[in-house]
Design a protein around this ligand. Structure first.
Ligand code: NAD
Length: 500
């Protein structure tokens, strides 16, 4: 679908797309798609104020009714799936299937949130005092600030928003300045749902357009009860302490350095397929991208030639072409970072295959690369860093304990997996002595999570959890209530404090 048609179908008009200061460029060919107006600090503060007002009204709406708004939003997303998916491809260079997949993920989380809107359960607690009842109630939290990364321009925002809204919060979204168009399109789609819903307060979803200085407004504003920030560890290092300094809450979803352990008993066919999807899909630009293969030394020579053959035949090109599997990097800076990491890897003893720029017809302004495989003498410093590009480091191991140690010996802790048919290895990997990541899989690659589970990771990945399971609790505040229905006033712990 052409960009003009896509923008029209999504209701973005000339006013949204012309004359602004923020240039929306397509990574497909470097073409300027639009010039969008960014927010000033003053307009950002105004939007946060509007959001705080919306919160005051929205928190009083019964949760199942809040769920109805998200149900309608899910319906609108179904109706706009193709156009929004195409816009994701145009704006961040994802292949068609992955663009559509992102929107499907949005639809899935809406369905999940609708069900959740009737299940925001609290516990009842046994009181130690006669004639007393204790319980927990969950209440809306406030304005939820969502800061998102370029590589999941819509799905990650929707994980936060669908849950935050059914939990009774308002949302202020600061998307990456590399994808203002998908954000504006999502806002239009949300507004359609809100119009059908009828009485959603104005300002329930505000969008702030701009870079980190606009994100900082959100980070520093005391009215923003929770800042859910997705992006690099560098960003998290800045955002986390700033939010904490004002006693706000933050939910951090940061960089990963995800590994696969391939054991001697592994089904190599499955492993190769999983490696390929996880390492080269999204051109290596997923937080869960496979970056390290830790393979048993006895099977390296079976695995690597097979992998290199597949790498040699990858369809790299325009992501709008249905046959393409590897689209462009987001921009030139990303390409340069990849090249410098490969150079360092070589200096650290790596043997590199691939990594060079690939020219794509009619897309000369885009940065396409041949995904790289770097055979390393060990887990050197560069292997322990996240380079947000398709570089797959391969190291070998002798003993299973060594493989586990290598898997965990990186600063990040997002996703991990093991390919084995040995029950002991699989269960050890999942146990307390096993993978230290937020996601640990067996015979499945590290990327492509379902929305039903809680998503996030440990260590420098930030510790946040969002999406499914009980991640909703981060978007609410818990109150512990004790009710005395007796005619006396016993104190806890049996304390005597008699007056008169
Ligand atoms: P980035 O850190 O450059 O930017 C992310 C967002 O943070 C953008 O919206 C940016 O404007 C904003 N930002 C940056 N500094 C800020 C500050 N000081 N205050 C407020 N806002 C600030 O990341 P990116 O290049 O867009 O995305 C790639 C990174 O994101 C990778 O490291 C990837 O692993 C990570 N990521 C993590 C997850 C996850 O769930 N763990 C998901 C997607 C991406």
């Amino acid at each position: 679908m052409s960009i003009t048609k896509v923008l029209k179908q999504l209701g973005l008009n000339a006013k949204d797309l012309k004359g602004g200061d923020l240039i929306a460029r397509s990574p497909i060919d470097g073409r300027v798609m639009a010039k969008v107006k960014s927010d000033s600090k003053a307009s950002a503060v105004k939007k946060i104020a509007r959001s705080a007002e919306a919160f005051s009204a929205w928190r009083a709406m019964p949760a199942p009714q809040r769920g109805e708004l998200i149900r309608l939003f899910g319906e609108e997303l179904r109706a706009h799936k193709e156009a929004l998916g195409a816009l994701v491809s145009h704006e961040v260079g994802k292949i068609v299937q992955e663009g559509l997949g992102e929107v499907q993920e949005m639809i899935d989380i809406c369905d999940f949130a609708v069900g959740l809107s009737r299940q925001l359960y609290g516990l009842t607690v046994a009181s130690e005092r006669p004639g007393h009842r204790m319980m927990e109630t969950w209440h809306p939290l406030g304005v939820v600030g969502v800061i998102s990364a370029f590589n999941f321009p819509v799905a990650v925002w929707s994980w936060n928003t669908a849950i935050a809204i059914v939990c009774g919060n308002s949302v202020v979204w600061k998307p990456s300045d590399k994808n203002p168009l998908t954000a504006l399109a999502c806002q239009k789609i949300f507004e359609k749902a809100a119009k059908r819903f009828g009485n959603a307060p104005k300002g329930l979803l505000e969008v702030l357009i701009g870079g980190r200085e606009i994100g900082e407004v959100l980070v520093d504003d005391k009215r923003v009860a929770l800042v859910s920030a997705t992006g690099s560890t560098r960003m998290g290092r800045e955002v986390g302490p700033r939010v904490a300094a004002r006693f706000g809450r933050s939910l951090l979803e940061l960089g990963g350095n995800n590994a696969m352990i391939v054991c001697p008993s592994a089904d190599l066919e499955l492993a190769v397929r999983a490696i390929t999807f996880s390492a080269v899909g999204t051109a290596g630009q997923r937080c869960t991208t496979l970056r390290r293969v830790i393979v048993h030394e006895s099977i390296k020579d079976k695995l690597l030639p097979r992998l290199k053959k597949i790498y040699g035949n990858l369809p790299i090109g325009n992501p709008l072409n249905g046959k393409t599997l590897v689209g462009p990097l987001i921009d030139e800076a990303s390409f340069n970072r990849m090249q410098s990491s490969l150079k360092v890897a070589e200096e650290q003893g790596g043997k590199i295959t691939g990594g060079q720029r690939v020219k794509v017809k009619d897309c000369e302004g885009g940065f396409y690369v041949q995904p790289a495989i770097a055979e390393m003498p060990g887990q050197t410093e560069i292997v322990r860093e996240e380079t947000f590009a398709p570089i797959l480091y391969v190291v070998t191991y002798k003993k299973f304990e060594d493989a586990l140690a290598l898997q965990n010996d990186v600063p990040q802790g997002l996703s991990s997996c093991i390919f084995t048919q040995d029950l002991r290895e699989a269960e050890t990997f999942l146990s307390a002595q096993g993978s230290d990541c937020g996601i640990a899989n067996v015979n499945i690659g590290p990327s492509g999570a379902e929305i039903g589970g809680a998503f996030g990771g440990e260590k420098e990945t930030g510790g946040g959890r969002e999406s499914g399971s009980d991640a909703w609790r981060a978007y609410m505040r818990r109150a512990t209530n004790t009710i005395n229905y007796s005619d006396s006033l016993p104190l806890a712990q049996g304390i005597k404090f008699d007056v008169g």
